[in-house]
Design a binder for this molecule. Structure first.
Ligand code: UD1
Length: 429
């Protein structure tokens, strides 16, 4: 096990190249199973979740060649089956996407109920409702979801909640269904658009991705494609908020500013200067932060994945700020950790009230999930003294080179093996 140690006090300054989008890559990789010719993907982030998905695809029989750190080639292969391995699927939520792609490829899928970040209850009822509408039977037995369809047939599906996962899964299945599928109340995230662009380049017929009505005309054959994954707007938002929270100055490079409008607007509201150029954004601030209310919503609203970081930012704004989490129940597990660092936060249901302006102090804290983990690192950069973060494997699931990127901005950060960390002061043991 490893820990990350950060020391507060140095303001991060410099430029950071943003990696490819984790959530787009995790939606696109299962879609590769449909291709009958070579697929080449570039700007694939080298993160643990992607490596897990690649291991699952290899286990299913796909031939994968790495051409550099972020470029992968996939060769059409005789697949071994439609049952991805339990131990790998358990590691992440996005392995649920194998349901849609295996159903499209084989008409069958047996997938363990997926794991992933613990953000409270994460049902998949909308995914299963959609598969059923497309003509599949769904059974849950011994922790496995068993899907089978003689034939997938296009259907009109209204999602009761706006769900990224259900939208992705149903797109993956519907591209191979006979006839037209209409997904209403679909998610509009840029990662959905990237998946649609990828599938369309392979021969699928998808219209309306990026709006809440997606129309899919099923096709029988999918060819090869060369595709570049979009930049990770959550990683970009992470560095933007880091600059504002610490009073540093960071330029995020190779981003799509349109995907970051909610973050840009919120940062400006809190007093940060945000200079937007066609492919980069500079964030810094000249004066103190001002309190603000933050509400998470599906895209184009403020992303729930940046809520823990938004909260850290608001601890530095003197006065009262209110954070409302509208997407997930139970996404406030980082609050107890922030309180160890001296933050004054009260949680009531989906609302957190922050009494900001109280300086943070370094403490031993634990990454309760991926985004909470990185938020605690940033809190450590703002704090006086040393913060020792444990459970860092959560961070490695979704951030490529996080320490290298932060270290290149001039902050003090290092990773320790647990046997080294036992010697450190303040280590919880
Ligand atoms: C995806 C992202 C995650 C992000 C989230 C919301 C990936 C791999 N993960 O997660 O980073 O935080 O979108 O932007 O892309 N729900 C149901 N029934 C369902 C499905 C979802 O009630 O069948 C609910 C969830 O409990 C949650 C809300 O819908 O309250 C949104 O969840 P969803 O958009 O599906 O999130 P994920 O796809 O799991």
């Amino acid at each position: 096990m490893e820990k990350i140690v950060v020391r507060g006090g140095k303001k991060p300054c410099g430029r950071v190249k943003i990696s490819g989008s984790k959530n787009a890559a995790l939606a696109i990789l299962p879609a590769v199973l449909l291709a009958s010719e070579k697929v080449s993907l570039s700007n694939v982030p080298d993160i643990a979740d992607v490596r897990t998905m690649l291991s699952i695809l290899e286990d299913l029989g796909l031939t994968i060649r790495r051409r550099g750190r972020n470029t992968l080639e996939f060769y059409p292969s005789r697949l071994r089956g439609y049952t991805p391995p339990y131990n790998l699927v358990q590691k992440m939520r996005a392995s649920s996407y194998l349901m849609g792609s295996l159903l499209a490829r084989f008409g069958r899928a047996t997938v363990p109920i997926p794991g992933g970040c613990n953000l409270g209850p994460r049902p998949i009822d909308q995914h299963l409702k959609g598969f059923t509408a497309l003509g599949a039977t769904c059974q849950i037995e011994h922790g496995l979801i068993k899907l089978a369809a003689e034939k997938l047939t296009g259907a009109h599906i209204y999602l009761d909640v706006v769900s990224v996962g259900a939208t992705v899964n149903l797109m993956l299945a519907a591209v191979a269904a006979e006839g037209r599928t209409v997904l209403e109340n679909a998610a509009k995230e840029p990662e959905i658009v990237d998946l649609a662009n990828f599938l369309n380049a392979m021969g699928a017929v998808i219209k309306g991705a990026g709006t809440d009505v997606i129309k899919i005309d099923g096709v029988k054959n999918f060819g090869g494609v060369e595709h570049v994954i979009i930049p990770d707007r959550i990683e970009a938002g992470t560095f933007m908020i880091t600059a504002a929270a610490t009073g540093g100055e960071i330029v995020v490079e190779e981003v799509i500013p349109k995907h970051l409008e909610a973050v840009t607007a919120k940062l400006r509201e809190t007093g940060a200067e945000v200079e937007v150029e066609p492919e980069q954004i500079r964030v810094h601030r000249n004066g103190p932060l001002v309190p603000s209310d933050l509400k998470t919503f599906p895209y184009p609203g403020f992303p729930t994945d940046l809520q823990p970081l938004g909260m850290v930012l608001l601890t530095a704004a003197r006065g009262t700020s209110i954070v409302t989490e509208n997407v997930f129940d139970g996404r406030f597990r980082h609050v107890d950790e922030l309180k160890r660092m001296g933050a004054q936060i009260k949680v009531d249901g989906r609302t957190a009230v922050i009494d900001g302006g109280v300086p943070l102090s370094g403490a031993p804290v634990s990454a309760t999930d991926l985004r909470a983990g990185v938020a605690l690192l940033v809190a450590g950069l703002m704090a006086e003294g040393e913060t020792v973060l444990s459970e860092v494997d959560h961070i490695d699931r979704g951030y490529e080179n996080i320490e290298e990127k932060l270290a290149s901005l001039g902050v003090q950060i290092k990773r320790l093996q647990i046997r080294d960390s036992a010697k450190m002061a303040g280590d919880p043991g």
